[in-house]
Design a protein. Structure first.
Length: 123
């Protein structure tokens, strides 16, 4: 037991001193140290056991669904004709209606027809 303690102390002391020797060459030490515990001669026993071999499953690829394209119809514009109920817009005349009594655009529809009136400035 004493021999084992001395050997262990020697190995630990060498391990503590090796980093200083390794850094003597600017940190590039190219040697190797190994410890062999066993009897003399080659070993003919079974090799190391790594456990059973498990193959990786094939890769699972996830594909996104194809994009959905919705074709929108172009907007439909309905052209409205001239509204016969409303008189044509003119900046030179006002339009008056008897029934109901009032001027355009305050009166929207005039069943009896519009009368053109020359504009008078406010007093």
């Amino acid at each position: 037991m004493k021999g084992f303690k001395w050997t262990l102390a020697l190995v630990l002391a060498m391990g503590a001193l090796l980093p200083t020797v390794a850094s003597a060459d600017r940190g590039h030490w190219r040697g190797s140290v190994g410890v062999y515990i066993g009897g003399p001669g080659p070993y003919y026993g079974p090799g190391p056991y790594y456990g059973p071999y498990y193959a990786y499953p094939p890769p699972y690829y996830v594909y996104s669904p194809p994009p959905v394209v919705v074709q929108e119809s172009p907007p439909v514009y309905v052209e409205r004709g001239e509204d016969e109920a409303a008189p044509p817009r003119s900046k030179n005349y006002w339009y008056y209606c008897d029934r109901p009594s009032g001027y355009y655009p305050y009166v929207k529809e005039c069943p009896g027809g519009w009368q053109r009136v020359a504009p008078t400035p406010p007093r």
